[in-house]
Ligand binder design. Structure first.
Ligand code: KG4
Ligand code: ZN
Length: 343
């Protein structure tokens, strides 16, 4: 007999968050994440510490997700896990755990590409998405995270085309590195967002690099920010403290301008009617406002993920696995992590 409902337990452990979700079809029954605070003092994720913390967190996080969902292991139909991209040690912890669980329960293992999952988070069913509707294929997705910056044409749930991407650093790194230069803790993106709210976005100007096609480059912007701070601090030791809000607002605006310039070009050239954003940086309040404003400016529809599905979470792995489950796209127990997995 066909299953009426599909229950999937999904795990995400690609970087520094250990997350587990239980899905009932396209609905999230639970989505529990343990954040690792240990990295803040180092100004970035320390891979060895991240994998050790995943080992500590994974069992309690899975228990908590099952309990919150009120689901028992015997009710599950599949185990989903991030295969990559990500940190080797972090991925290994999640993959080993997921394999053992799928073997013990004799249910399929489903590998998920983390980048695809950020995009498919838009197809999670909840009161908001059911009221507003889901993106219609084909749509353009601007994926902006700590590790990636991509413009992706999404033709179907599991069929995507990369139109452009960063040739060096990700925009999330450009946020985090600038924050570190100003002495703010990791991850600095949310802090820049917060300070920028009270600052003047036109106060300071930054350089940008011209890149051919629809690609991005953020490494030169990071360096220009470093020189900007160094030069000003030489003249006034309190420059950062005295101008923090304006620096954050101006730098954030610069990054958004760079992101949207190419996005708008793609929308024009490819006659795009629907635009979504995904990934950790899509939590940025000013980016969200400026994406929304494109609805009127370009007569398109835009889609912003719920805050809880912007940064890394297992619900996005679960929704992707749901679509793969429909197609019986299962993995063998010989599946290995792919730290540089591409879309
Ligand atoms: O998607 P994500 O959780 O992990 C990766 O797959 O990389 O993204 C993390 C990134 C970090 O660089 C973090 O600073 C950034 O997302 N981020 C933000 C905001 N919230 C998270 N950047 C700017 N503004 C925010 N509100
Ligand atoms: Zn991510």
């Amino acid at each position: 007999m066909q299953n009426l409902n599909t229950y999937i337990l999904a795990i995400e452990s690609s970087c520094d968050d250990t997350s587990c979700a239980v899905m009932k079809n396209r609905q999230v029954l639970s989505n529990v994440t343990a954040n690792q605070h240990i990295h803040a003092q180092y100004g970035g994720v320390v891979p060895e510490l991240a994998s050790r913390d995943h080992q500590k967190n994974i069992v309690p996080v899975v228990h908590a997700a099952l309990k919150k969902a009120n689901i028992e292991l015997k009710d599950l139909h599949a185990i989903a896990i991030t295969r990559g991209p990500g940190l080797m040690g972090s991925l290994l912890v999640g993959i080993s755990f997921a394999k053992s669980l799928s073997l013990a329960l004799a249910i399929p293992l489903i590998e998920v590409n983390h980048l695809q999952a950020h995009i498919l988070a838009h197809f999670i069913e909840d009161e908001v998405t059911l009221a507003n509707g889901f993106p219609q294929f084909p749509f353009l997705c601007l994926t902006v995270s700590g590790g990636h910056t991509q413009l992706v044409k999404v033709n179907d749930y599991l069929q995507v085309e990369i139109l452009g991407q960063t040739i060096d650093d990700a925009v999330g790194e450009a946020f985090d590195k600038a924050a570190k230069i100003m002495g703010l803790p990791y991850p600095g993106g949310p802090l820049i967002d917060r300070h920028a709210k009270e600052g003047d976005p036109s106060k300071f100007k930054f350089a940008s690099t011209k890149v051919p096609g629809y690609d991005y480059s953020f490494s030169g912007i990071k360096t220009s920010f470093l020189y900007f701070i160094q030069n000003n601090v030489q003249k006034n030791a309190n420059f950062v403290a005295e101008n923090l809000k304006d620096i954050c607002a101006s730098y954030q605006q610069h990054l958004i301008t760079v992101l949207l310039r190419t996005t708008k070009q793609v929308i024009k050239d490819h006659s795009i009617k629907e635009l979504a954003i995904a990934g950790g940086v899509s939590a940025n309040s000013e980016l969200r406002l400026q994406i929304l404003a494109l609805e009127k400016e370009l007569t398109i529809r835009t889609y912003l993920p719920k805050f809880e599905y912007c940064t890394d979470n297992a619900a996005m792995i679960g929704i992707t696995a749901y679509f793969k489950y429909q197609k019986k796209e299962f993995s063998g127990l010989d599946m290995v992590p792919l730290p540089r997995m591409i879309l």
